[in-house]
Design a protein around this ligand. Sequence first.
Ligand code: ZN
Ligand code: ZN
Length: 217
Amino acid sequence: MRVHTFSGGGFGQNGYLAVCEPDGEAVVVDPGAAAAGMVRHLEVAGTTPVAILLTHAHLDHIEGIATIRSAFPGVPIHLHPDDRPLYDAAPGQAAAFGHAMPDLPEPDRVLSAGEHITFGACAFEVRHAPGHSPGHVILYAAADGLALVGDVVFAGSIGRTDLPGGDFQTLITSIRREVLTLPAETRLLSGHGEETTVSREAQHNPFLIPHYGGELA
Ligand SMILES: [Zn+2]
Ligand SMILES: [Zn+2]
């Protein structure tokens, strides 16, 4: 699996295009402000993505959905049901911030914990990691040693928990259960900022150090 990063917007959001080699089946993850770049990349490769996977439904991670869907109509949108209220509220929130945002298509499929999303010979395991948002998921590709972690954990930080449906203790519990249990060298590709690894965050992330291996939950 090869993962391409597309960053943009005022929040520096990272969207990802995961491409399964050698045949080139692809999934779009969190299409945000840089979604047009994803479309160009896919068009040059002559690839129609098989799915749009959403780690969660915050505005900056879904504002490019219309761009993807207008280039590739009918590509199914996958979302965890616990983030559906955020998804439905997003266009109204965008308007409140003075952004014009086209109406969002309905999500087509429900993401559930433990499910495997396959494309070509590649697969993501869906891991439910609430706390930043109620329906946040991590997409873990065990065979490739990487995880797309959205806004659960960042290099040196963790997701904010002051937004609707956020909860600090829930987030810390999710990180311990769904991130720190992954193999130490697993690459973590976050919704904002640079990529990191499980071991780097376990050793250096100021929010996680006291929790690693301890009893604190
Ligand atoms: Zn978020
Ligand atoms: Zn974000």
